[in-house]
Design a protein around this ligand. Structure first.
Ligand SMILES: Nc1ncnc2c1ncn2[C@@H]1O[C@H](COP(=O)(O)OP(=O)(O)OP(=O)(O)O)[C@@H](O)[C@H]1O
Length: 363
């Protein structure tokens, strides 16, 4: 019996994408399937970056076909294509930027900047083109974390600033434009204006994702920023103690109010593992991030331990995802990055309108 396209498709239907939980046929990821005698060739196009998953997915597809009678050679090409998604109503997308991910926290000092840096690097490691915009006006830390502290952006055309390259990321920080040693009183409108200028006047080059390290808190400045920046979705970083979770809930509500979808919650400093004896301790409490996600029906993206390695590497200007790319911590950041990217990919291009249409009727 000779091999048919239908039989191959049927066999491929049994393969579930581990990242989306759906089969690759019904999600239309299988392209250009060609059956030539006993040989099969096709492409798989994932909607999210997942370099680390290409080989395992290829292997699962091969395994699914191996049982077919009359099977010859199998050639599978796996790639990723990230598309642009809609943002809040009334806010325009940025040229050269497909999706913007806001990394926010209700409370300061929970590790938002460290998470933002590692998330951006993890998305890049999975094969995406990624930018990092440090909008933390209270304490811009990305230049230091990305090891580019003393460099300043240049302008080639006199109109736009060139982002600074760091570990493959296109980086821009409010810290490049202000002297962080000088105490500055930033008022709301000034901060918004500075951020808008950085967003629009940076020469972003074909970015799949721009990660924004937001200023911590849920005050007027944060609210204005979350309204004016064209955000695809927000990631909330929290530590597990009650006070941080309370503030994280406020952050969540703030984004909800302005129509920005929540991509999920990252619990940082979740557990402490003693570097000497390996004893595990929930210093800041256990399970808080997960239960907050259960309450609001949003994804729990993952948990990072309180680990000296994370602090040392970030402070030294080479965050863990680049310092120890094959380690356990980098694997957690990459898993979080894939969940964020999958959640964006699954977002409908037409965002549900938050505000009702106003119809004027002539009577
Ligand atoms: N999981 C972790 N384990 C150990 N240290 C961490 C971890 N996450 C962050 N840190 C350290 O905690 C400090 C605060 O982190 P970070 O600057 O990322 O917090 P933040 O929430 O962005 O703060 P801010 O409110 O100032 O913006 C840094 O020194 C960082 O290296």
């Amino acid at each position: 019996m000779s091999l048919t396209q239908e039989a191959v498709t049927e066999a491929l239907k049994s393969v579930i994408d581990p990242n989306t939980g759906k089969d690759l046929v019904s999600t239309r990821c299988i392209r250009n399937l060609a059956v030539n005698g006993a040989d099969v060739r096709f492409e798989v196009e994932l909607g999210y970056p997942a370099k680390s998953q290409h080989e395992p997915i290829r292997q699962m597809l091969r395994d699914a076909l191996s049982g077919l009678a009359g099977m010859g050679r199998v050639e599978i090409e796996v790639s990723s294509k990230v598309v642009a998604h809609s943002v809040q109503q009334g806010v325009k997308l940025l040229p050269g930027v497909k999706n913007i991910i806001a990394v926010a926290s209700g409370k300061g000092g929970v590790g938002k900047s460290t998470t933002a840096a590692n998330l951006a690097l993890a998305l890049a490691a999975e094969g995406a083109r990624v930018g990092m915009l440090d909008a933390d006006i209270y304490g811009p830390s990305q230049p230091q974390m990305l090891g580019i502290g003393d460099r300043r952006p240049e302008s080639l055309d006199g109109k736009t600033m060139e982002p600074i390259e760091a570990y493959g990321l296109q980086a821009m920080s409010i810290g490049f434009l202000i002297d962080i040693d000088t105490p500055m009183v930033w008022r709301g409108p000034m901060a918004t204006q500075a951020l808008n200028q950085m967003l629009k006047e940076t020469h972003w080059k074909d970015l799949d994702y721009l990660v924004i390290d937001m200023p911590p808190g849920t005050g007027d400045i944060q609210l204005t920023l979350s309204q004016s920046v064209p955000v695809t979705g927000a990631v909330i970083v929290t530590t597990p103690q009650d006070i941080a979770l309370l503030d994280a809930r406020k952050g969540l509500k703030m984004f909800e109010k302005v129509g920005v979808p929540i991509l999920g919650v990252v619990e940082n400093m979740s557990i402490h593992i003693c570097s000497k004896c390996g004893h595990e301790e929930h210093i800041f409490g256990a399970g808080g991030g997960q239960s907050m996600c259960d309450d609001y029906g949003i994804p729990f993206l993952g948990a990072l331990p309180l680990d000296m390695q994370i602090r040392q590497e970030a402070d030294e200007g080479a965050p863990t995802v680049v310092s120890d790319p094959d380690g356990r911590i980098a694997a957690t950041y990459k898993s979080i990055a894939r969940k964020v990217a999958v959640s964006i990919a699954e977002k409908s291009k037409d965002m549900t309108h938050k505000f009702p249409n106003i119809v004027i009727q002539n009577t």
